[in-house]
Design a protein around this ligand. Structure first.
Ligand code: 6CS
Length: 316
């Protein structure tokens, strides 16, 4: 077999390193019968193009951020809800691994579009950057924040009276530099790797959302594979859960220090207090109702299932 695996990031970053390791393990397990070409971001187009190619089957495997399928799979916009997952990233990963709402129900929604999410995994908590301090919802009034192309991400920022602007990340460095947008959200490792901190003066540790990525396979391609090959893939997916977790954990920690110590590009790092976060949470909660009403017939059911699972994981 000769398959393609597309990622949304560059060599050295979490998604690419995950994909390279995944490919290596499959090659070994199959005694060289499975070979994969791993693509960096841009190799096959932008984030939305990549998702479309996976749906069409011209690419077999990929890592996809649900934000780039926001206009295709309505219920998948659930990941755009702020303050949904626990602050504890390890617990969040456990929920992503075990959730029936995601691994059964949402998977079916994706499969209607010929994409099978084999795993959901965290790339870390998201933080804000801007050229001004971002500490209160008022700071977001009229603030042009770059977002991925998902309507519910827009709604989440409109709840703070911000002005969300969908853009692919390939244009974001220049966009921030030239003031086309005022700020953005991402996990710390990515902010540093993409150099956003070079063109932003402030970073707020807000932990307002969790960055979820999905390991995805084209549904028809996967279903037509011999059972033993499917099993090999599934087994590798299981092994990769810990690898992916550790990759983001190490990189998010390492690059926080790099940002803090980069004297050539000083960035003021500010961590929101729990009270400050509460002000955002209050405004974010009603977006859940918007999701229930506007994101497909099963949005409410999937959200309720996930909320129950989150409660249970937190021991409530
Ligand atoms: O902000 C983005 O669009 C990019 N962020 C991450 C963490 N990975 C790839 C994605 O496209």
């Amino acid at each position: 077999y000769q398959w393609d695996f597309v990622t949304e990031e560059m060599q050295g970053e979490v998604q690419y390193e995950y994909a390279a390791e995944f490919a290596e393990r499959l090659q070994e397990k199959s005694d060289g019968n499975i070979e994969m070409t791993v693509y960096e971001y841009g190799g096959l187009g932008d984030g939305v193009d990549q998702a479309e190619q996976l749906m069409m089957g011209s690419t077999e495997f990929g890592i996809v951020s649900p934000g780039f399928t926001g206009t295709m799979v309505e219920e998948a916009q659930i990941f755009a809800l702020h303050f949904l997952f626990p602050d504890d990233i390890e617990l969040t990963q456990q929920i992503l691994n075990e959730s029936e709402a995601l691994n059964v129900e949402l998977r079916e929604k994706y499969e209607e579009h010929s994409m099978t999410p084999l795993a959901y995994w965290t790339e870390g908590a998201m933080q804000w950057t801007g050229n001004q301090p971002l500490r209160t919802p008022e700071d977001f009034n009229g603030f042009q924040i770059r977002v991925q192309n998902s309507p519910l991400i827009n709604t989440s920022y409109e709840a703070y009276d911000a002005d969300p602007t969908p853009m692919d990340w390939g244009e974001l460095y220049t966009g921030l530099d030239q003031g086309v947008v005022d700020g953005q959200e991402n996990p710390i490792f990515f902010i540093e790797n993409a150099g956003f901190h070079e063109v932003q003066d402030h970073m707020t540790i807000s932990n307002h959302n969790n960055y979820v990525a999905m390991t995805v396979v084209n549904t028809d391609f996967y279903n037509e594979l011999p059972e033993d090959v499917q099993e090999m893939i599934d087994e590798t997916i299981e092994e990769m859960r810990e690898v992916g977790y550790d990759l983001q954990d190490e990189m998010n920690e390492e690059f926080l220090t790099v940002i803090e110590e980069d004297t050539d590009n000083p960035t003021e790092v500010y961590e929101l207090s729990e009270d400050e976060r509460e002000a955002f949470r209050e405004l974010a909660l009603p977006v859940r109702d918007f999701f229930r009403e506007n994101n497909g017939e099963d949005a409410g059911r999937i959200l309720d299932m996930l909320l129950d699972e989150i409660d249970e994981a937190q021991g409530n």
